[in-house]
Design a protein. Structure first.
Length: 116
């Protein structure tokens, strides 16, 4: 009998990240069925994190159900994100998603992009 090893979660979300996704979905534009995390090429180091509303998932997107809505992870970005933690952080001067990515080998000085 062959037993299948459970696949690791592509991304871990903190409670504050889940709460922020719920806030985003509560005021989402009509037709949006979730938010999508991707890693487009840009910035000093090569890759950046991008979160946008989506109206439909692509065939290879990972789907993560949260209490407040669905987070899709771009299929082409999964390799760069496996094992990462996504958090939402607010302080007196900034607010945004913060990623603890064990795959990142470096980041630019401003923190806007990373390299693997």
């Amino acid at each position: 009998m062959t037993t299948l090893r459970q696949r690791p979660a592509p991304l871990i979300l903190t409670e504050s990240a889940e709460a922020r996704i719920a806030e985003l979905m509560a005021r989402a534009p009509e037709g949006a069925n979730g938010v999508k995390l991707s890693t487009p090429r840009r910035g000093c180091s090569g890759l950046a994190y991008s979160v946008d509303y989506v109206t439909e998932a692509k065939p290879f997107d990972e789907r993560i159900e949260t209490p407040g809505g669905t987070l899709y992870v771009d299929g082409g970005s999964i390799l760069y994100l496996v094992g990462s933690t996504m958090d939402w952080v607010e302080d007196d001067f900034t607010a945004g998603f913060v990623f603890n990515n064990p795959n990142a080998k470096g980041a630019c000085g401003c923190g806007e992009s990373f390299t693997v």
